[in-house]
Design a binder for this molecule. Sequence first.
Ligand SMILES: *Cc1c(COP(=O)(O)O)cnc(C)c1O
Length: 418
Amino acid sequence: MHLPLSEPDIGEREIEYVTRVLRSQRLSLGPAVTQFEDRFAQYIGARHAIAVNSGTSALHLCVRAMGIRAGDAVITTSFSFVASVNCVLFEGASPILLDIEPRTLNLDPNQVRDFLRRECTRQAGGAVVQRATGKIIKAILPVHVFGLPCDMQAFTQLAREYNLLLLEDACEAIGAETGGRRAGTFGDAAVFAFYPNKQMTTGEGGMIVTDDLGIAEMCRSLRNQGRDANGAWLNHVQLGYNYRLSDIHAALGLAQLERIAELLAGRREAALMYSRLLESAELLELPHEQPGVKRSWFVYVIRFRGNSPRELRERVRQALLQQGITTQIYFPAIHRQPYFRAYQPQLLELPHTEQAADSCLALPFSSRLGEAEIHFVCDAIASALGESALPAPAAPQPHPLHAERAIDRCSNTTAPLA
Ligand SMILES: *Cc1c(COP(=O)(O)O)cnc(C)c1O
């Protein structure tokens, strides 16, 4: 068997919508992009949506639109995909990496509050300055890690209290909810991403959502070479980029968005099955949801417990690999990445982040993962752990839709996604 880490869920509707755009000859700056934006804004519950060519571009444009530049600092997490820190570095600003809550793996609002109280001073004009460096704290950038919403009530309050901007990285959290509201509706702006391992995909792509007309207009101009909204094609009012999403990609996004409830339900079902089968494994900590919080299942990440989780993880990882099961260490801490030293040579100590980075492992996961495949992975984990106490499969019946695929995989050598 070959089990990739993730795979997209592409149906006939996707093929039909993309084909329609190809036949229309309007491959860029056409109606599909606008339609995708309108539907996406409506789904999230935001006033404006701006489609771009990646989640990283979306983050970068928000940082530019928020006026974050050299001399400024942004509070964020090291337990994330590199893009959420890089977007700050792109503009010569400084990321301030604070620790996570060990249970949720999200940026800890108490750490942020302590940092603002103890290490910053409010200047006469209202700016909040880090005393040690003189840098102006401009924004908080929380990341909804693995689709679990951050404590947005706390971050909203802190942003208000210290007059900071709030940028939500919701790239892993489409459809997630907290306090009855969708992730992406709390910040001054939020970003989503559509790489093929995400809950919905456009191949490559991203989206900015905001209620702020100024941010929306700035992002629209910046993604399109700094053109004025109403200006002529060769009238560039500021330094911009080509971060546009094509209509071909947008058509794929439209089809996926129309199926989003089904895609999320398929992932949830797979996650619940993993949790049921791995529940009794004492050396594992499983992902969870808290009351009042609805996770959007992006990945299924287990944590290894015990004295040497890193070694145990490596042992299990190798055992799974032997059986054709791909796993991924999600996330290695950003402050430990080789490139990061050049930006912040001083050694950071983030104990909860480091413990998470040393113990987390993402299992194969997608909306198309069948029961037989999940059983196969869980059995492999149990035997690698030396725990054979997993509940026996009631009757090893693969989901009818997945049965053929599970067999297919015996000869399938598709490369795993990142
Ligand atoms: C996927 C992702 C992004 C954006 O990724 P792109 O590959 O640029 O679309 C940003 N932040 C997080 C946390 C992500 O998971």
